[in-house]
Write a protein that binds this ligand. Sequence first.
Ligand SMILES: *Cc1c(COP(=O)(O)O)cnc(C)c1O
Length: 426
Amino acid sequence: MKFISTRNKFNKKNFSEAVIQGLAEDGGLFVPENIEQKKFNFKTKGRISFNEVALEIAKHFLGNEFRDLKKIVNKAFDFAPEVVRLNEFTFILELFHGPSLAFKDFGARFLSEIISEIADKKNINFTILVATSGDTGSAVAKSFFGKNGINVVLLYPSNKITILQRKQITSLGKNIFPFEIKGTFDDCQNLVKRAFLDNELRKRLNLISANSINIGRLIPQIFYYYYAFERVSVDNAVFVVPSGNLGNLTAGILAKKMGLKISRFIAATNSNKAFKEYLKDGKITSVKVVQTISNAMDVMNPSNLERIEYLFNYDLFRMNEVITAYSVTDEETLSTIEQIYLKYKYLLDPHSATALTAWRNLKRKGETGIVLATAHPAKFINIYKPSIAKTIDFPQSLNEVLGKNETRIIIENNYKIFKKELLELF
Ligand SMILES: *Cc1c(COP(=O)(O)O)cnc(C)c1O
């Protein structure tokens, strides 16, 4: 299949080209050229495996661009989502069983296998460059760790990510090069943007972006919508998605366009309600990002919105028929966490709790909700009351990270210094 820019349907690339390029030349985002209805016949009956679903859908998009797609899928996904039934009309789709304990592992692991194949085939070295506010960094760092021919440069803001998130990035070493920027997440993102516009740097280091605008991260997120649907198998399924840059939601919309019988979506946000504003009149007027306890969703300029507009043919009315946005305060989030824990002994992380709050408020008669749980509660241990925190099963991988040495380069927020440091490294 070919991929086109949201701004120009004549600008066609195959998957590998779109992945390496990241953003189209015209500034648009890559989307699949044909999103026609497609019926998949998964062979396994009963308890279907995630990798079977993933392989069938990957074949649909990637065709035979790669020699052994099955190997790519199996290497990327040595973990799987889990479906938990909370009550008669609510299922939780747990997406946090990967190595960094957040759903971003699905995109990052698939992307790393794809880029690694391309690096081998073409015999070139690549540099992955990414700014992170926390979860992207650990997923990307762990996914690319030790890959031949690929270096990873990660920028994160001083004191704005949790110690655990920082250690997940800085404790790896080898081909992972963390830069701590004395500034904000926006400063990190600006340095990354400038680097991508810097032809000297781009050419010399073969820069590739690993943030959620990369189509290589989006496609694998479609897999788990199909998987959940197969597992839950209900009419009137509503997917409830904790949202920031809207990558997760965009993947769901693609699945629906491909024919998956999703009745509608609820996009939950924290107090950063850009998407809710957008759905009202097509504009986002507020700009200031507020810090919340669901920090991976602290976004006011959602990067995948351009894809959603394209997928709905710029029809705001139709978009409102299919998606409802719901904004949740930190107080409501904490109260949902406590209520759900007391009632079901099920512990939500703060991101997933925004989605469950939205579902409780917007559920209609006869609907079944599939609520996406995007992170493991242990990653956010400091937001819980001590009585709840002490019940958390602390995964081995997080324990190990805490005792390790950190490597990082700490610099001022200054492009010249950043560029000089980068060129000295490689
Ligand atoms: C990134 C992230 C989100 C937001 O996902 P988008 O695809 O950017 O909308 C939600 N929850 C967690 C835990 C995340 O890391």
